[in-house]
Write a protein that binds this ligand. Structure first.
Ligand SMILES: Cc1cc2nc3c(=O)[nH]c(=O)nc-3n(C[C@H](O)[C@H](O)[C@H](O)COP(=O)(O)O)c2cc1C
Length: 389
């Protein structure tokens, strides 16, 4: 059997601090501090605790050169077996093909190693963001100030004012009025169906291919209404449709060239419950008529930006462009829109059949009719959307 180390592996010396009465009674500060080594390998996706022997062994192995396992004398067979099982060590042969395939997929996607690690280990599973805010006492702005202290100043200044160049204030036009009406919507009216034409118009404006450049049969670049790093448009759009006329509630993939919906398998629970889980229990988004998972195909962007230090950032920035375009298109149509980064990626990947090595879940946007009553707070200090009081 030949072995090599997996392609990307970071070791974290993690310290966990917990209260311990025994430490307090012994005259200490009451805190027990425990350190352990965690192996972070993005193709695995879960942290693996390792001991010193395993850590040193992995550090001594090449990720690019295969060696005969039999020549690794001085290393107990159980160390090799365990690291193979965890996927930190890769071997040839059928028995180890699953982890080898994952490692090869990561190599073949041309991730920057730090970006791959950031992406893999910042995914949430079964997180309840609302409960977390309750537990930390940071549900309202006033509570945040109380618990966290004052934030950094709201707008930075480099000097005291002397020498400033005041700029003219330009009279607002229709575009300014549209921008002013863009307010993150946290109150949807589930009782009112969204007409198919509005739904289709928004998807067409925000996510559809508007034209294409065909370099050869296998190399095509799309033109869309948003900018994209390298013009590669890696972002796929997966939909959770709840209340749209003529569209059965369920999961869909939006095909950007055909401007068509591809129906996907239904989740294994009621749709609203599924939506709640996906947005980490943020109930104020759960009645949205449509949710849009922004899901980049990393391999498309990293095809050009191989192991590139900015590749992941470029992809993440694109989510913002799509989101703002969706906000404005929705606002223009008289609808409300939102974006949330508080999502349970692991469950989203499972539901939509995605693998975080090739394709991620970056954010969820949504849109639909606003409700009549503001039950959850929205930021509308000028009273542009909601009448003051
Ligand atoms: C990347 C990103 C993530 C966000 N995530 C959340 C979220 O998890 N929950 C939420 O209620 N709002 C979320 N928002 C909306 C912001 O809270 C909102 O934009 C901000 O309060 C300003 O309000 P406005 O959009 O109405 O101007 C997010 C906004 C951005 C840009």
């Amino acid at each position: 059997m030949q072995v090599r180390r997996c392609a990307v592996l970071y070791m974290e010396p993690r310290e966990e601090v917990s209260f311990d009465l025994a430490v307090l009674l012994a005259g200490g500060d009451g805190l027990r501090r425990e350190r352990r080594w965690l192996a972070l390998a993005p193709h695995v996706g879960d942290e693996v605790e390792v001991d010193e022997v395993e850590r040193e062994f992995l550090g001594a192995l090449s990720p690019s050169q295969w060696v005969e396992a039999a020549t690794l004398t001085g290393h107990p067979a159980q160390t090799i077996d365990r690291l193979l099982k965890e996927g930190l060590l890769i071997a040839d042969g059928k028995r180890h093909s699953a982890m080898r395939a994952r490692d090869e997929a990561l190599r073949g996607t041309y991730w920057h190693p730090l970006a791959a690690t950031l992406h893999a280990f910042t995914r949430w599973s079964e997180v309840d963001a609302v409960q977390n805010m309750k537990d930390s006492g940071t549900e309202t702005a006033a509570q945040m100030r109380e618990v966290l202290g004052p934030p950094p100043v709201e707008a930075a200044a480099c000097s005291e004012g002397a020498g400033h160049l005041p700029l003219p204030r330009i009279a607002p036009n229709d575009f300014d009025h549209l921008l002013a009406r863009r307010v993150t919507c946290r109150n949807f009216d589930a009782s009112r169906k969204l007409p198919l034409e509005l739904f289709a118009q928004l998807l067409q404006r925000v996510f559809a291919a508007q034209a294409e450049v065909r370099v050869s049969d296998d190399t095509v670049f799309l033109k869309k209404n948003v900018p994209s790093g390298g013009g590669l448009h890696p972002m796929e759009c997966y939909l959770i449709v709840q209340h749209v006329e003529g569209v059965a509630p369920g999961l869909y993939h939006y095909q950007a060239q055909q401007h068509a919906l591809e129906p996907l398998a239904l989740p294994d629970k009621p749709l609203r419950e599924f939506m709640m889980d996906m947005v980490a229990q943020q109930h104020w988004f759960a009645d949205a008529h449509v949710m849009v998972l922004l899901s980049p195909r990393f391999d498309r962007t990293f095809w050009k930006y191989r192991h590139h230090a900015k590749g992941y950032r470029v992809v993440a920035l694109e989510a913002g462009h799509l989101s703002q375009t969706l906000y404005l298109a929705a606002t223009e149509a008289g609808l409300g829109a939102f974006i949330t980064g508080a999502i349970n990626e692991v469950e989203l990947e499972r539901a939509f059949g995605l693998d975080h090595v090739h394709q991620g879940a970056l954010a969820i946007c949504g849109f639909g009719w606003r409700g009549e009553v503001m039950e959850t707070a929205e930021l509308d200090p000028a009273g542009v959307v909601w009448a003051p009081g």
